[in-house]
Design a protein around this ligand. Structure first.
Ligand code: GDP
Ligand code: MG
Length: 393
């Protein structure tokens, strides 16, 4: 179980990103080392972070370490994974819930294959802001090399959809961890840049209301009660809502009242399990799987692009590969919808353990947007996890 922290400061999740051996774990340790001197973190040893426990909660094995620190203004969880595959799974399943990233680049090598893969994937799953730490400057003899690295990194940032003027700090995580005062200053600079450059994510409460209908029950003469968990936003009795997805047409109505545990609510908030009385609505107009949302805030779609991870046999997934036009079920929040997988031209078969970008064509529309998470299922068991990266239709 993750520790529960007590802090009144806004919380931000930051993922380390970058090629294997470029120094992500060393940097994570160095950040806690530097902040521990200010009583703003518990110092974490490299070995402690790298021995991240395997999480199986989502059916997928992911190793991640969540390391805490604070600054004057915010509270952070730094997310560090030991292996490349763990980063991929973490980003695709949304396990990390990263709000921003620290891209670690070995300054003696520049960006490598996994640096690019992480940048591409992070951007696709909604990590829009990053700060770069160009590491290992202690082994760079030629200082002109650093200018080249800066230029190269800026190019990569731009190519993968990030601000090319994101802060880049040059330093040595290892030297900082060893107590080198000059390098500790560089880590402080990095911590500062993260504070300033990566925005605090909006609270779920401040977003437009969204709930996926789990069940419905008609009340003669009054309407239909739709139940479900509030994903985001708030709902007050009397407010207008729109029912989106599953049915071809949207349906606008009024939430006469909302209740939880048979008690009337003045305001429903994120994570509340509620029942909403929908005025003049039939059960058919409020089907399971449809979204109950603030009017105009979300639309239903049948075709989209996604990044997916296909579970291995050991993770309870398929034992065999599948080919194009494979038709499993897609589970979005509260509904299983049949659909067909369209593979990219150069991909003929997909094997358990693969991660890839593909298209999905559903038979019913569902209320989704870029970043919506889903599972791929077959006969009731999960064989893959995905995240919507682009709406097609
Ligand atoms: P990760 O795979 O990105 O997490 O990289 P690690 O943090 O495990 O670092 C890989 C190797 O690089 C380890 O042997 C570190 O000691 C070494 N390393 C990390 N930072 C520095 C640095 O600033 N200078 C030097 N010379 N080596 C470093
Ligand atoms: Mg590591």
């Amino acid at each position: 179980k993750k520790e529960v922290y007590e802090s009144s400061k806004p919380h931000v999740n930051i993922a380390t990103l970058g090629h294997v051996d470029h120094g992500k774990t060393t940097l994570t340790s160095a950040i806690t080392h530097v902040q521990s001197k200010k009583n703003k973190a518990k110092s974490r040893k490299y070995e402690e972070i790298d021995a991240a426990p395997e999480e199986r909660a989502r059916g997928i094995t992911i190793k991640t370490a969540h390391v805490e620190y604070e600054t004057d203004t915010r509270h952070y969880a730094l997310i560090d994974c030991p292996g490349h595959a763990d980063y991929i799974k973490n980003l695709i399943t949304g396990a990390a819930q990263a709000n921003g990233g620290i891209v670690v680049v070995d300054a003696s090598q520049g960006g490598q294959e996994q640096t690019k893969e992480h940048l591409l994937l992070a951007n696709q799953v909604g990590v829009k802001d990053v700060v770069v730490f160009a590491n290992k400057i202690d082994v760079v003899a030629d200082k002109e090399m650093l200018d080249l690295v800066k230029e190269e990194v800026e190019g990569l940032l731009e190519k993968y959809g990030f601000n090319k003027n994101s802060p880049i700090i040059f330093g040595s995580a290892k030297k900082a961890l060893e107590g080198d005062a000059e390098q500790e200053k560089k880590i402080e600079e990095l911590i500062d840049a993260v504070d300033k450059h990566i925005p605090t994510p909006p609270s779920d409460e401040s977003k437009p209301f969204l709930m996926y209908i789990e069940d419905n029950m008609s009340i003669t003469g009054r309407g239909t009660v739709a139940t479900g968990k509030v994903e985001r936003g708030t709902l007050k009795p009397g407010e207008e809502v729109e029912i989106v997805g599953i049915n071809a047409e949207k349906f606008k109505t009024k939430a006469t009242s909302a209740e939880m545990f048979h008690k009337e609510l003045k305001e429903a908030k994120p994570n509340f399990n509620i029942g909403v009385l929908l005025q003049g609505t039939t059960r058919e107009q409020a089907p399971r799987g449809a979204a109950l949302a603030k009017p105009g805030s979300i639309n239903a779609h049948k075709k989209f692009e996604a990044q997916v991870y296909i579970l291995t046999k050991d993770e309870g997934g398929r034992h065999t590969p599948f080919e194009a036009d494979y038709s499993p079920q897609f589970y979005f929040y509260t509904s299983d919808i049949s659909g067909t997988i369209k593979l990219p031209e150069d991909k003929k078969v997909v094997k358990p353990g693969d991660d890839l970008s593909l298209q999905v064509h559903l038979i019913h529309p569902v209320a989704i947007e870029v970043n919506s998470a889903f599972s791929i299922r077959e006969g009731g068991r999960t064989i893959g996890k995905g995240v919507v990266t682009k709406i097609i239709e």
